[in-house]
Design a binder for this molecule. Structure first.
Ligand code: F6P
Length: 469
């Protein structure tokens, strides 16, 4: 089996592991992939370097638990322009269909290109001729081209963890064509589902005039051949189940059950991000209480939302808005012995989340747009098969394509509609055990089988099979 070189913006260096809620699904997924294949994980340490302007290739190598990580610190200018700027104030909102929040600044675009070039410079000496190279996410779209310019001839794959926007939105990005051309230096490009893959193929055909074979996802352009396929990411099933057996998980479950007593707990766990539909979710809960005031004493909603990307203005706004909304509903609906919404700004370990999920009879996962959303899968994976809770899921999450199963599976909602969310909560509260079990059964097979190991294996074996010549 070829050695794997994983390159992503963030690297789960050993000391940072464990804060699952804050890190998102990517970190856990890549850790598992590297343990299976062996190799190196290269990226930003998350730290700021001493030099505020320039970053150099001062690589910090660490080996732990079978995984070698190679990280660099970034200068404050690079963090500002590349991470806070182009990646998270331009690409992230645009790719989540939020043109209203998208900023187009030439300086940050230059910073993005500079850091991609720097990544190529620093990682190239670590690459051996037979390595499979796997680049991740929107921070590093042009990295393949930068590596090729340095003479790297290895097979290089790219996986996009977030949606790819429709062509009509994407063309609002200055130099969009240049960006996509750089991506055609990869051998294989993976998307979370067919919807994003089709948008990408549409762009290549319509805007670049590339020759596109829909069925196989083959793109031919200026002598290059690239394959675009869907690889829905899964959870690390075995690891998560093992976490669920720990005392920490049992303690977390008991903690939630005893604090909610005879009230039904409903839970949401999301990075504090405007794409997650958090204010809209609170509006839906508020609508439910308006329609069913008699239920205020029966239901408690726990929203775990670790802060994220706090230097980006739109994230400061969403935080303020959420605090205001949670405050309003609590002010209007609380009693001396009752608070309807518990809003918690911190991350928890996987074991604790397992316990919380198991104690909560309803899981609310209602992003306005999401590449996949592994919380939806983890919520179901943590349920007691004999008495499972109900997952309420946005139809705009990538996970919807797997978890809506012929009218069974998750209860699907339009996250923009407070009435839809309110109705789904009512349905979940009244759902008989038999239906809850049937819905759980409809989802659990794919969650268990299409796990992160299967995702890694299928991407890596397809990558190894590219360019048979
Ligand atoms: O899934 C998208 C993603 O950007 C991942 O790459 C990342 O692990 C997660 O969200 C958390 O984001 P950040 O690294 O900006 O905190």
């Amino acid at each position: 089996m070829e050695r794997l070189v994983v390159i992503s913006n963030r690297v789960a260096v050993p000391k940072a592991r464990g804060a699952a809620g804050a890190q998102g699904g990517l970190a856990g997924a890549l850790n598992a992939a590297l343990k299976d294949h062996g190799g190196i994980w290269f990226g930003w340490s998350g730290q700021e370097s001493d030099d505020s302007d320039d970053t150099d290739c001062n690589i910090h190598l660490q080996r732990s638990d079978g995984v070698t990580t190679a990280t660099i610190d970034l200068s404050s200018r690079d963090i500002d322009e590349y991470y806070n700027g182009y990646a998270n104030a331009t690409l992230w909102p645009l790719f989540h269909y939020r043109l209203d929040l998208t900023q187009y600044e030439r300086e940050t675009a230059k910073g993005y290109e500079r850091v991609n070039e720097l990544f190529a410079e620093c990682v190239s000496p670590l690459i051996e001729p037979d390595d499979l190279i796997w680049v991740h996410d929107y921070h590093l779209l042009p990295l393949g081209e930068r590596l090729r310019a340095r003479g790297i001839k290895n097979r290089i794959g790219f996986f996009l963890h977030i949606p790819w926007p429709p062509t009509r939105l994407f063309v609002s990005l200055p130099f969009h064509e240049r960006l996509v051309r750089t991506m055609l230096d990869y051998d294989l490009i993976g998307f979370q589902n067919d919807e994003w893959r089709e948008s990408f193929l549409h762009y290549c055909r319509k805007e670049l005039g590339a020759e596109v074979e829909e069925a196989t996802g083959t793109i031919r352009f200026e002598g290059r051949t690239v394959i675009a396929r869907a690889y829905p990411i899964g959870i690390d099933w075995d690891h998560f189940q093992a976490q669920g057996q720990t005392d920490e998980a049992a303690h977390a479950e008991q903690r939630l059950l005893s604090s909610t007593r005879d009230r039904t707990a409903m839970i949401g766990v999301d990075r504090l991000d405007y794409s997650k539909g958090l204010p809209e979710r609170i509006d839906g809960i508020s609508r439910f209480f308006d329609q069913h005031p008699e239920c205020v004493r029966d239901l408690v909603f726990i929203q775990i939302a670790p802060p994220s990307r706090e230097d980006v203005e739109s994230y400061q706004h969403i935080r303020a808005l959420l605090e205001q909304k949670a405050g309003q509903i609590n002010g209007a609906r609380s009693e001396v012995d009752l608070v309807p919404i518990r809003y918690v700004n911190r991350g928890y370990s996987h074991a604790e989340l397992f316990g919380f999920f198991r104690a909560a009879k309803i899981g609310l996962v209602t992003p306005l747009r999401d590449g996949m959303n592994l919380v939806a899968k983890e919520y179901v994976a943590a349920q007691d098969p004999e008495d499972p809770g109900v997952l309420i899921l946005s139809r705009f999450a990538g996970a919807a394509q797997q978890l809506e199963v012929d009218g069974a599976g998750a209860v699907m909602v339009n996250p923009y509609s407070p009435d839809d969310i309110a109705q789904a909560i009512g349905l979940a509260l009244d759902m008989p055990l038999q239906e809850r079990k049937a819905r759980y059964e409809a989802m659990i097979g794919t969650i268990r089988a299409d796990n992160v190991q299967a995702w890694t294996d299928s991407f890596c074996s397809d990558l190894a099979a590219t360019r048979p010549d």
